[in-house]
Design a protein around this ligand. Structure first.
Ligand code: SF4
Length: 365
């Protein structure tokens, strides 16, 4: 199956219309303190996010579910998810973080112990270092393989899903192993289980994802509906964020190190990598002074937009100076290099501290 959202260069507006995802901008005015990823349009779409706004406004219980797949190293693009979780945590959500070790095992052949170790040494360590407070009572991070509640719910939900449906959504065929076939149901249960009575009953739930996950969100929403009379599930809401561009111009990917700045990189490595980033500069300084640069096609600008520069006015100034040809790429890259060095100098110290406590946060069900 070809997932239309998995390509490196996407027409987000067109795909959004095609799949019935609503533009996030229509809700921005209703949020008191939207996250920068929201106000800057990086989170571009949603399904039923009005429920989350209502819960925020009325200070009602709501949940956020965001899984981590223990395979490969986290790159700077993954920071986006953690930033959102921190925002939700500050805004009173219950945070559920399933570690997808069952999927790693069935789809990628990674054994459970390796998944557990990688989740702790890489993912939980980074989440902690980025600022998610695992000591707070509203965060639960668990291994799917150890969560009997999720496994039991998945089995029950599987009764109302058939093979043709799974084939159409995930492209499974006759040679797909049965464990892999079953894993999407575990993920559906990950998303719906915060609504079981033991976790406070039915409630609005949001899943922040990249748009390539939308087929899975739609399946989860359908299944929630099929079990409405049993559990009174509220169909989960979702938000969709843009993918950060890789240093070479395609998608940033952990499996292609030249495209990515990893959160485990040293400040020196991160600096060097930024300097290799593809810019939206022109063929010569002369042409750039005449025509201006193209920040919308620039990896350096994206780094500032997504991660490095919180000040909107300063960002606008860089954008404008690029567009009107008064700022050249050399100067802009050097400034970004300095910012990334400062970020990584602080972050690597936080990572060292986080690594010492990361193995203590897993929740046993
Ligand atoms: Fe990118 Fe900066 Fe060059 Fe503009 S001036 S294209 S934002 S590196």
């Amino acid at each position: 199956m070809i997932n239309p959202w998995s390509s490196a260069s996407l027409d987000y507006e067109k795909l959004t219309r095609q799949f019935g995802i609503k533009p996030f901008t229509e809700l921005l005015g209703e949020l008191e303190n939207p996250h920068l990823l929201m106000s800057r349009g990086i989170i571009f779409g949603h399904r039923d996010y009005g429920r989350i706004i209502k819960a925020l406004r009325e200070k009602k219980d709501f949940a956020v579910v965001s899984g981590m797949m223990p395979s490969g190293n986290m790159h700077i693009g993954h920071k986006m998810i953690v930033d959102q979780l921190i925002w939700y945590q500050k805004n009173g959500a219950d945070i559920y973080i399933p570690i997808a070790d069952m999927e790693s095992y069935s789809a990628r052949g990674i054994d459970f112990e390796s998944s557990r170790k990688l989740a702790i040494t890489e993912y939980i360590t980074n989440y902690l270092a980025l600022g998610l407070d695992f000591k707070a009572s509203n965060v639960r991070v668990y291994l799917q393989s150890k969560n009997r509640t999720v496994q039991d719910l998945a089995y029950e939900l599987a009764k109302k899903v058939n093979f043709n449906e799974m084939k159409a959504i995930y492209g499974f065929n006759g040679s797909t192993n049965i464990a892999h076939l079953y894993v999407p149901l575990i993920q559906v249960a990950d998303i719906l289980h915060p609504q079981l009575e033991e976790f406070g009953g039915p409630k609005a739930t949001v899943v922040p994802v990249g748009p390539d996950q939308d087929p899975h969100i739609r399946l989860t929403r359908d299944i929630a509906d099929r079990f409405k009379s049993t559990y009174d599930f509220v169909a989960p809401s979702s938000t969709y964020h843009r993918f950060i561009t890789g240093l070479t111009g395609g998608k940033m990917s952990s499996s292609q190190p030249k495209t990515a700045i990893f959160l485990s990189d040293t400040p020196e490595d991160a600096e060097k990598k930024v300097m290799t980033g593809k810019t939206g500069g022109r063929e010569s300084l002369k042409i750039q002074k005449e025509l201006g640069g193209q920040p919308e096609e620039c990896v350096i600008y994206e780094m500032l937009l997504y991660h490095l520069l919180e000040n909107d006015e300063k960002l606008q100034e860089i954008h404008d100076n690029c567009k009107n040809g008064t700022m050249m790429c050399g100067e802009c890259k050097s400034m970004t290099r300095d910012m990334i060095r400062v970020f990584f100098e602080k972050f690597s110290k936080k990572r060292e501290k986080a690594a010492k406590i990361a193995d203590k946060v897993l929740v046993e069900y």
